[in-house]
Write a protein that binds this ligand. Structure first.
Ligand code: ADP
Ligand code: TRP
Length: 333
């Protein structure tokens, strides 16, 4: 495939999280952990705060502004730092909206009508707006605009990446091989992190364990993970147990086997497992939590990182945008 001059041989990775609530364990193990792995592998990584997307679920100006700021600090605290990747706010790279429009003109209605987020709202009788309907096309623009090769996400986003691939192929069929068709990256072991109520952990279900909540709140959240009525003596099936599913995220493969044996043989209380989760959580996220507190006092630094990241991302999008406009017959400004 012909590639733009700015496309080096380093594979490109892109992903984003909506700043519509506080980051939680599902976001970390389902997404951020893989973001860090790609950085370590030396890939060219773009990670952004999907504040345009968040408008589809959050209609509260002050809350959106404040969550966008705090999620930026969360990213930095977790190691997504400007020395190692490009981080930016979605809304600072407005070319994505232009690309979205062009992509909408090759996107069949049926493709979007099959999208889960849209279908779920309609099934619940909630009037869906056009933003929710068009959401997957904006997501496609985010990904295609940097020529991403890989998109690390949790299982719930698989369909969106498939839609992105379809849209890229529709475009390429109509106008020639301009767009790179990306691959999702969804490791089985962390595809879906269960929430405190056993459903998928999600900001929208009020069932999260938050990465940066005060320590006592984290303890409360961990100890409120719902369990069945098995007694201490009862053998427990680890494969059908949300506590085990969460604990294992923090364990080496050997430790996973040891804990699974303890579940099966009985004589182990759920309280003990919760305590182990809490301790491992604090150990794992302690340094990030300390850094997060420091960043609280450096709002100018955080803002500066976002603006410089956006500048970098915009520069990277220019060659692709020129090629797309040229392909469809829109003069370049
Ligand atoms: P939420 O459902 O809490 O609103 P987002 O939609 O912002 O989360 O998801 C951001 C990223 O985190 C996505 O890649 C998503 O797949 C991943 N993610 C969110 N929740 C989970 C989960 N419970 N398990 C695995 N990955 C998750
Ligand atoms: N839809 C994603 C989510 O809810 C967020 C997102 C927006 C995204 N644009 C993206 C993820 C591009 C990966 C790539 O989690």
């Amino acid at each position: 495939m012909e590639q733009s001059a700015s496309h080096t041989s380093r594979p490109v990775v892109l992903s984003g999280i909506q700043p519509s609530g506080n980051l939680h364990l599902g976001n970390y193990f389902g997404a951020v952990q893989q973001y860090l792995e790609f950085i370590d592998k030396g890939f060219r990584c773009y990670y952004f705060l999907a504040n345009y997307h968040a408008l589809t679920s959050l209609r509260d100006r002050d809350r959106l502004l404040s969550l966008t700021r705090s999620t930026a600090a969360d990213y930095l605290a977790l190691g997504l730092v400007p020395e190692r990747c490009t981080i930016y706010r979605h809304s600072d790279v407005q070319e994505v909206c232009e690309l979205q429009w062009i992509l909408t003109t090759v996107t069949p209605m049926g493709l979007l009508e099959r999208a889960h987020a849209f279908k779920d709202k309609v099934a619940q009788g909630i009037p869906a707006d056009h933003g929710l309907f068009a959401y997957p096309v904006l997501q496609a623009a985010d990904i295609l605009i940097v020529r991403a090769d890989f998109v690390p996400v949790g299982q719930d986003q698989k369909q969106h990446i498939e839609i992105t691939r379809d849209i890229a192929q529709y475009f390429n069929t109509a106008y020639g091989e301009v767009l790179t068709v990306p691959e999702p990256y969804i490791p089985d072991s962390v595809a879906v992190v269960p929430g405190r109520d056993g459903r998928k952990m999600s900001k929208s279900y009020n069932n999260t364990i938050e990465l940066f909540a005060p320590e006592e709140e984290v303890r409360r959240q961990v100890f409120s993970i719902v369990t069945d009525s098995a007694t201490v003596a009862d053998p427990k099936d680890p494969e059908r147990n949300a506590l085990y599913a969460i604990l294992k995220l923090f364990c080496t493969p050997d430790e996973q086997v040891q804990w699974a044996d303890r579940f099966r043989s009985g004589g182990m209380s759920y309280r003990e497992v919760k305590q182990a989760i809490f301790e491992r959580f604090m150990e794992r996220f302690g340094p990030a939590r300390t850094r997060r507190v420091e960043l609280e006092n450096q709002p100018e630094y955080v803002e500066d990182v976002m603006l410089r990241g956006a500048e970098h991302a915009r520069l990277a999008t220019l060659p692709l945008m020129r090629q797309v406009r040229d392909a469809v017959g829109i003069p370049n400004p």
